[in-house]
Design a protein around this ligand. Structure first.
Ligand code: IPM
Ligand code: MN
Length: 354
């Protein structure tokens, strides 16, 4: 019998609980088939709890979550709560306080999934973005001066520490080595304008890169990266970048791999507690309708299995997803799939059991 993994589950807002329910169904099914074992601990943080009690995320909960083996998150964001309160108070607070310094986002087109890119297929769209997850514009200082007047000034700074940049780059080089596909790491920056932040990134990139002679070092500005992602996505193997650029290019990445319905990510602290989530939002429009695509959450579960050292379970989940996508789904978009949220989950379970 394997080790029992203790997983904190935060279904969160909107369609979060629906997709997490399917994800848990899959994790339980795969546990039966392999020697993976789980203990799920539920947390009700999110918009509803905040509106009811005023509580966002207590310090004690962070401490508790930090003791677990991983966190499985649905979605954060509620239409009745002002933007930023829950996103900053729950999602970003967890990323920062648990020091999940890498946001790992695979961009992989599965066979049978429609991409908006003409003449591109699964062999062309298969790369991974390593997004720095604890610094940059997300944690820089800033403020207003003379707010509300015509002389108003708003400042928003980007923080880039040598340590923070180095550990992210090192993770990316290691990941690229382990992945062992095209052995190419692309730094996504903006050295022609952001001459402080990306100067540091670029110097550290080439310094650390010396330790990885088998990995080709490639650099492109973020705007050019966007162009290549559309024109020639096959150019990429692993991309490493800062928090803000990583946020932006991974929405583009999700789009070329078939949409938010199938895009998953992991907030990784290699020495601590990591958190896995579908990268799309809480989709209030679809809440409670059994129409949302749970595959992003299911694939977040698959990444979690891999991270927990359960490669056989992870492989089974991914293969089942590939089967379901090819044989049963018309689209990855909510409401257009031809099957419901719970049917997708049931089908994935069926293929896992086969
Ligand atoms: C994401 C999201 C978050 C981010 C928001 C909700 C704070 O867009 O996970 O990409 O910007 O990181
Ligand atoms: Mn985003």
């Amino acid at each position: 019998m394997g080790k029992t993994h203790r997983i904190g589950v935060i279904p969160g807002d909107g369609t979060g609980p629906e997709v997490v329910a399917e994800g848990l169904k899959i994790l339980k099914a795969v546990a039966e088939k392999t020697d993976a074992e789980f203990d799920f601990i539920q947390y009700d943080f999110g918009g509803e709890r905040y509106l009811r009690t005023g509580e966002i995320l207590p310090d004690l909960a962070i401490e508790e979550l930090g003791q677990l083996d991983a966190i499985y998150l649905g979605a954060i964001g509620h239409p009745d709560v002002k933007p930023a309160i829950l996103e900053k108070g729950i999602l970003l607070r967890l990323r920062f306080s648990l020091d999940q310094y890498v946001n790992l986002r695979p961009v992989k087109l599965y066979p049978g999934v429609e991409t908006p890119l003409k003449d591109k297929g699964p062999e062309d769209i298969d790369f991974v973005v390593v997004r720095e997850n604890t610094e940059g514009l997300y944690t820089g200082g800033g403020g207003f001066l003379r707010k509300g007047t015509s002389d108003e000034i708003a400042v928003q700074e980007s923080i880039n520490t040598r340590k923070g940049v180095e550990r992210c780059l090192r993770y990316a080089f290691e990941y690229c080595r382990k992945r062992n596909k095209r052995n190419k790491l692309t730094l996504c920056g903006k050295t022609n304008v952001l001459t402080y932040a990306f100067d540091l990134w670029e110097r550290a990139f080439h310094e650390i890169g010396q330790e990885y002679p088998e990995i080709e070092r490639d650099y492109a500005h973020v705007d050019a990266i966007c162009m290549w992602m559309v024109k020639n996505p096959e150019r990429f193997d692993v991309i490493v970048t800062d928090n803000m650029f990583g946020d932006i290019i991974t929405d583009l990445g999700a789009t070329i791999q078939g949409g938010m319905g199938i895009a998953a990510g992991g907030n990784i602290n290699p020495e601590g507690t990591s958190m896995f989530e579908p990268i799309g939002g809480s989709a209030p429009k679809y809440t409670g309708k059994n129409l949302i695509n749970p595959l992003a959450a299911i694939l977040a579960g698959q990444m979690m299995l891999d991270h927990l050292g359960e490669p056989e379970a992870a492989r089974r989940v991914e293969q089942a997803v590939i089967d379901v996508v090819e044989k049963h789904m018309k689209s990855m978009e909510a409401g257009m799939m031809g099957v419901s949220t719970t049917e997708v989950g049931d089908l994935v379970v069926k293929y896992i059991q086969e």
